[in-house]
Every structure is written in structure tokens, then in C-alpha cells.
Design a protein around this ligand. Structure first.
Ligand SMILES: [Zn+2]
Length: 154
């Protein structure tokens, strides 16, 4: 596996919309493996393909209890509105407070092209919303409720 370079702002790739994945092959599996390696190395809990320069509708997330690979995802926003304080591997030294929902229903394809649909709560729901936004070129600094500079703290 390979640790990939994570793009940071103001790289214009981070603001672009991603295209659907149409080919589910070994190369896709390799990209996903490399993304997990990269995310773990950066101690992140989510990573979207455009963050490693690939404009595909693909993201991964991992919490202590769960792991998600989502390809060509669709999201239904459920649950309560909440304010979430988030960082992003592509925006170093910044925490942004953004509007999120407490629950989402994710419908997506897995690495084999098989569709699945599942409801996620709490932290995983929030990470999924964050990563989903990356696929439409939206960052936590685009319309934040608050921005905190944490340079030197993390
Ligand atoms: Zn991010």
C-alpha cells in the first residue's frame, strides 16, 4: 500500500465536483486501500477521493466501531440539527463549526459495485456528511458558523 499526498487548500481540485465511478476493478480496490493507509497515517477518521487528487465519487470513514466505503453515494438527512466542530486533513490548523444532522441514511455502492443502504448516527453520521460534501467541492470553511485557528495545538 502507498501513502498518498493529501491536497490542501487552496488547491482548486478541492472545490470541484466529482464524477460517478463506473468501473469497479482492482485499480479501484487499490485506491481504496491506499486511501485507508493515508487516512490512518494522518490520524484522520474520513477521507474523500478528491483530497488525494482523484475526482471520483468515493469516500471512506473509520471510527472505533465502524468502517464505511461509499461509492456514488446519496444521502438522506435525518435526525436533529446540531452544530459540529470539525477539522479537515485538507485544511490544516483550522476547526470550523458547521450545521449537521444527527442521523443520515446513506445509499451507495461498495467496492464490488453492489448497492447498500444504511442509517448512521452520531459521529459516523457527521463524518459521512463531511466526506459527502467533499464530493461536491464543499469544504467546512465555505459557510461555517465559526472558524477557530488552532495552529500549534494539534
Ligand atoms: Zn475534509
Amino acid at each position: 500500500m502507498t501513502i498518498l499526498d493529501v491536497l490542501t487548500v487552496p488547491n482548486p481540485v478541492l472545490s470541484q465536483k466529482c464524477d460517478p465511478v463506473t468501473v469497479f476493478d482492482k485499480e479501484l480496490q487499490q485506491l481504496i486501500d491506499d486511501m485507508f493507509e493515508t487516512m490512518n497515517d494522518s490520524k484522520g477518521i474520513g477521507l474523500a477521493a478528491p483530497q488525494v487528487g482523484v475526482l471520483m465519487q468515493l469516500f471512506i470513514c473509520k471510527t472505533e466501531t465502524d468502517r464505511v466505503v461509499a461509492i456514488n453515494p446519496k444521502l438522506e438527512y435525518l435526525g436533529d440539527e446540531l452544530e459540529s466542530e470539525e477539522g479537515c486533513l485538507s485544511i490544516p490548523n483550522i476547526l470550523a463549526v458547521v450545521d449537521r444532522r444527527s442521523q443520515v441514511k446513506l445509499t451507495a455502492k461498495d467496492v464490488n459495485g453492489k448497492e447498500f443502504s444504511r442509517v448512521y448516527d452520531d459521529l459516523m453520521a457527521i463524518v459521512i456528511q463531511h466526506e459527502f460534501d467533499h464530493l461536491v467541492g464543499k469544504l467546512i470553511t465555505d459557510c461555517p458558523l465559526e472558524i477557530k485557528n488552532v495552529e500549534g495545538d494539534i
